[in-house]
Design a binder for this molecule. Structure first.
Ligand SMILES: NC(=O)c1ccc[n+]([C@@H]2O[C@H](COP(=O)([O-])OP(=O)(O)OC[C@H]3O[C@@H](n4cnc5c(N)ncnc54)[C@H](O)[C@@H]3O)[C@@H](O)[C@H]2O)c1
Length: 696
């Protein structure tokens, strides 16, 4: 055995050289791994072996680039050097794949002459998810193997193809028995030597590219079909352009040049910076400074939910999906039946689209039972989540009852959107067991979970909630008790300014267009129409005091009535409404305001800057641990475009605290104290710090 370096060995089995990488946890392409590969292949090529197998120890093949090295200076052999020495090896090179070969990992494997894999392996080029493209020949080699359409799909979705599918596409040449990868790879290598199999250089296979040459419609159609999904993102388009270049370039090298150039542009651009930042932000959100990883966990074997409405039903599904039984309590049989019926329908819809099997529908609905009595049903539950109407008196009443019914140690959670959880906890004799679990609607779909820590919440209750969130596939962020917590408190700023902008003379569709173009899935007025303008509106108390009141009084209550801020056609396509415009103009005239033309820049800045300022206030009050947690809430729960990182990242992007402060001061002088800068904002600006410095 030859030790090539600390992570690489070279051994020989009969005629076959074996290069083994062992760089835990995932054999990422660090400088050491690149060096090991480069020197390892040079040594193998110089040896008397007749073929070389590349295999990895541990749980996976080279899982991808070493993302912690991104942006740093490159040392030692480049990935390109490694690929050259592999591809130009005078004897067959066989990559033996288990675990995942993603990104740079697959790009290395594509420079082997053959690839074998175990059935559980997965391969893919997921760079697009970090705002990048596979920059080591991936966009040039992949379509040469799988064809243009399949390559377009893989690089723009970043999806991982299971080994069997990869075999079907030609990305893998042979599947070998699970657990016997080395034996299988050696057998393949011996066969290659015995049969004199050719040294296949992917770069030289042009047949599939030639088939697509002269068919620009392939790309045009692909772009059109995915326009909505790719909107605003730079990386999918750059990936498409690379594959176009593979098809249209005179040589492999020329295509590679396009790939390099576009990779460089993405890598130095703000979108990929935002997406890479965000990747770490989500992981960071799991860390709570005073709740260490080894904090004990309370077992959650059975969950109780109160209220089978919009939220209660969706929340229940999360637990049934992972096999945890749930009992939902309602006050009336009718409401219970309706709630359980909606759950069943949701599952059946998923099944009809092929998401789950008919059997799973029965399994999951079977795990969700209904009851009209907390006394009967909640004695043995480990966690209760209350999801009744947003009223303090009802919630207090329920928590007092839970205190009397639930076993000691049961976690008592509320799904309130923003009520004071300390006040709720205070009606129990066990405030240490009370916590907020703020799900987002639809609760079975939305990834975000705000976990709200009240004054007395025990650490193991927090640790248990964080772990449970992961178990049900949520991304959790810890918040403190403050009206609206992190997300809704910041949202309130944007909503207020959206309304104020309309009173100044902007139309709802102007505000919506600017925010949509910024990257939100829809603007606040379109959102209002979708949700229903009558949420929280009481007919008897409505006297035309707001534009919303007037709209609701005219039965323009949003999409469901065919009209709201917008007019809707039978397909629910929105059109700016002359009726709404007149209502607004009359309203403004009545208020004695002189409407003015409001520019797009002003719309954006008045909506966004107060959000950043509010994020700083939340951090100042320690209701969020770190700036990146605020960003995780907004990207996951409110549609902030991930390629802009989140409000706090965006604040740094537009110039940092000093620039945000200046804007807020300017707005405050013109329009009043709703724009008052946070004290911490002033401090950050004075000290020349960034928002990213608020690390908790
Ligand atoms: N809808 C959302 O988008 C959303 C998002 C996050 C949080 N929330 C919060 O979730 C909670 C529930 O909201 P929702 O939209 O599901 O409301 P909903 O009106 O759809 O459902 C509430 C359900 O609770 C039941 N209920 C009321 N009092 C009860 C009691 N004493 N015992 C048993 N059942 C009772 C009602 O019959 C109703 O079915 C609220 O606190 C709300 O602020 C809502």
């Amino acid at each position: 055995m030859t030790e090539i370096n600390s992570v690489t060995t070279l051994t020989q089995d009969g005629d076959i050289a074996i290069i083994t990488l062992n760089s835990p946890p995932v054999n990422a392409l660090s400088a050491k791994v690149r060096e090991g590969l480069y020197e390892g292949f040079k040594a193998a090529n110089a040896s008397d072996a007749k073929a070389t197998v590349l295999i990895c120890d541990g749980r996976t093949f080279i899982a991808g680039a070493d993302i912690t090295e991104f942006g740093g200076a490159m040392t030692g052999p480049s990935l390109y050097d490694v690929q050259e020495v592999m591809e130009n090896s005078p004897k067959p090179v066989i990559a033996a794949i288990h675990g995942t070969a993603l990104g740079g990992g697959l790009e290395v494997a594509l420079c082997a002459h053959y690839r074998v894999a175990v059935p559980s392996a997965r391969v893919g080029l997921p760079e697009v998810a970090l705002g990048l493209l596979p920059g080591a020949g991936g966009t040039q080699r992949l379509p040469r193997i799988v064809g243009v359409e399949a390559a377009l799909d893989m690089v723009t979705s970043g999806r991982h193809a299971p080994a069997k599918q990869a075999l079907g596409m030609g990305l893998v040449d042979e599947l070998v028995e699970e657990g016997k990868l080395l034996e299988g790879a050696l057998a393949f290598a011996r066969k290659a030597v015995a049969e004199g199999k050719p040294l296949v250089k992917v770069r030289e296979n042009n047949a599939k590219l030639e088939a697509a040459r002269g068919h620009p419609e392939i790309f045009a159609e692909f772009r059109k079909a995915n326009a909505r999904k790719f909107r605003g993102f730079a990386a999918p388009e750059a990936n498409i352009k690379c594959i176009e270049a593979a098809v249209n370039s005179a040589s492999f090298e020329e295509g590679l040049k396009v790939e390099r150039k576009l990779f460089g542009e993405l890598m130095s651009g703000s979108q990929s910076a935002a997406q890479r930042y965000y990747f770490f932000a989500e992981r960071q959100a799991n860390k709570i400074p005073d709740v260490p990883d080894d904090t004990p966990i309370r077992p959650i074997r059975k969950v109780g939910i109160i209220g089978a409405g919009t939220m209660g039903g969706g929340i229940a599904m999360n637990f049934a999906n992972v096999g945890i039984p749930v009992v939902i309590v309602e006050q009336q049989q009718e409401a219970l039946d309706r709630g359980l019926g909606v759950i069943r329908k949701n599952y059946e819809r998923t099944a009809s689209r092929g998401g789950i099997t008919a059997e799973q529908v029965e399994q999951r609905t079977g795990l969700i039972t209904g009851s009209l009595s907390m006394e009967d049903s909640f004695k043995d539950v480990d966690l209760v989540i209350e999801a009744v109407f947003e009223r303090m008196d009802i919630k207090k009443d329920i928590f007092a009852k839970l205190d009397a019914i639930c076993k000691p140690g049961a976690i008592l959670a509320t799904n309130t959107s923003g009520l004071d959880i300390d006040e709720i906890a205070a009606v129990t004799k066990r405030p240490q067991d009370v916590i907020g679990l703020h799900f987002f609607s639809p609760a079975n779909v939305m990834k975000l979970l705000e976990i709200v820590r009240a004054d007395h919440t025990a650490k193991d209750v927090i640790a248990t909630s964080m772990k449970l969130a992961r178990q049900i596939g949520k991304i959790a962020v810890l918040a403190g008790v403050t009206p609206g917590f992190i997300g809704n408190r910041i949202l309130a700023q944007r909503q207020r300014e959206a309304q104020n902008l309309v009173m100044d003379g902007a139309m709802p569709w102007d505000v919506d267009r600017v925010l949509y173009d910024f990257g939100f899935p829809m603007g606040p007025f379109a959102m209002g129409d979708l949700a229903g303008l009558d949420i929280g509106w009481v007919k008897e108390k409505s006297h035309g005091e707001t534009i919303r009141d007037v709209l609701c009084e005219m039965d323009r209550r949003g999409q469901k009535t065919g009209a709201g801020y917008y007019d809707y056609d039978e397909n629910r396509n929105a059109k700016p409404s002359p009726v709404t415009e007149k209502i607004i103009n009359d309203f403004i005239a009545k208020s004695g305001i002189n409407p003015r033309k409001v520019g797009d820049d002003e719309i954006l800045e008045r909506c966004i800057f107060p959000m950043i300022n509010e994020g700083v206030k939340i951090l100042e009050e320690k209701k969020a641990i770190r700036a990146s947690d605020v960003d995780v809430v907004w990207v996951n729960g409110y549609g902030w475009p991930v390629y802009r990182g989140g409000p706090m990242f965006y604040g740094d992007l537009v110039g940092g605290p000093a620039v945000v402060l200046k804007k807020m001061q300017e707005f405050q002088a013109k329009m009043g104290d709703q724009f008052k800068p946070a004290a911490l904002l002033e401090k950050l600006a004075a000290e020349g710090k960034t928002f990213a410095d608020l690390k908790g």
